[in-house]
Write a protein that binds this ligand. Structure first.
Ligand code: DON
Length: 309
């Protein structure tokens, strides 16, 4: 086994001069206020060992990474029935694109684009109030990370609610196709709160550990999902987790991953480790520019690719 601390320290040192790379998301005003030079890395192995570098313990807005946890919860509740509401194919378009939705009758391509996560959130609201759904989501992520300090940043949620015209358009569009059961305001309210969860790289890496360990969290001993389900969530992360950049991420990194416009990426090395990186500047596809580079270096130096070393 190689020295993971040395590897992560080297990657941090080599990339440090490029801190600030990319463009910080500014369509959610509260996100635009984050220091672009932040850079954190965390690896937690399936043995429970954590290795961190840089700003690994600073909480940031996980944004679309929340879609992985929301999907996991929905699969637990509704099982394969969720695929009647959302597809499993890469979209090949931007995370907030509306074009495909019209062509495909209001059924989103996958649960990781905004429209798909909105559809999954609609399902989660069946028979529940928005407050209950948000509460269940926060408790679930806390249990995954084994960390009760994780909270929603309500300023980010409010900021997004005030400016989320594109998401409102997507939700209303789906509603017009009869694809949302609940009131649009409820669905969007819950969706924005999920996205506004604040977590550090260390917390995120811990929360993704079940995906690296056949569905069981090795630190808490909890069986979160079945091995088959963990494998399937990983497959979706690999094919759809980086939107129109998913092919490139598979090519460069070769691991299931999910990005967020807050600049975080959660990546899963099955059987090995869960990894989280954070750097707020984004590339053209809305994925962390420096974070992607860091993961590419890590995959190269560890040989951790699902396609072979
Ligand atoms: O709905 C939005 O636009 C944001 N709350 C989340 C988008 C996001 O993170 C896309 N990721 N790269």
């Amino acid at each position: 086994m190689f020295d993971l601390q040395a590897i992560i320290d080297d990657i941090y040192r080599e990339l440090e001069p490029q801190r600030g790379l990319g463009k910080v998301a500014d369509y959610i005003p509260q996100l635009a206020r984050v220091d672009a030079r932040r850079f954190g890395l965390a690896i937690v192995t399936v043995e429970g060992q954590a290795y961190v570098a840089g700003d690994a313990d600073t909480a940031f807005s996980i944004q679309s990474i929340s879609k992985v946890f929301n999907l996991t919860l929905a699969l637990g509740k509704f099982g394969e029935a969720i695929w009647r509401r959302v597809g499993r194919e890469p979209s090949g378009s931007a995370f907030n694109s509306i074009v495909q939705l019209e062509q495909e009758g209001g059924k989103p391509r996958n649960p990781f684009i905004n429209a798909g996560a909105i559809a999954v959130t609609d399902l989660m609201l069946a028979g529940h109030t928005p407050r209950e759904v948000i509460g269940e989501f926060v408790r679930f992520v806390r249990s995954l990370a084994d960390d009760e300090t994780i909270v929603i940043d309500h300023e980010v949620a409010a900021s997004e609610a005030a400016t989320g015209f594109r998401n409102a358009a997507l939700a209303n569009f789906m509603k017009s196709f009869g694809k949302l059961d609940q009131p649009v305001e409820h669905v969007l309210g819950v969706y924005f709160h999920h996205c506004a969860l604040a977590m550090s790289c260390r917390q995120l890496a811990k929360s993704g550990l079940f995906l690296a360990n056949n569905g069981r969290n090795p630190m808490t001993g909890h069986s979160v999902v079945s091995p088959q389900r963990a494998r399937r969530i990983n497959a979706l992360m690999l094919t759809c987790g980086h939107y129109d950049g998913s092919g490139d991420f598979a090519y460069q990194v070769g691991l299931p991953g999910k990005s967020g416009v807050g600049g975080g990426i959660l990546a899963v090395a099955p059987g090995k480790a869960s990894i989280a990186v954070w750097s707020p500047g984004l590339n053209d596809n809305g994925n962390s520019a420096l974070g992607s580079k860091a993961l590419e270096m890590l995959a190269q130096r560890t040989g951790w690719s699902v396609f072979g070393s």
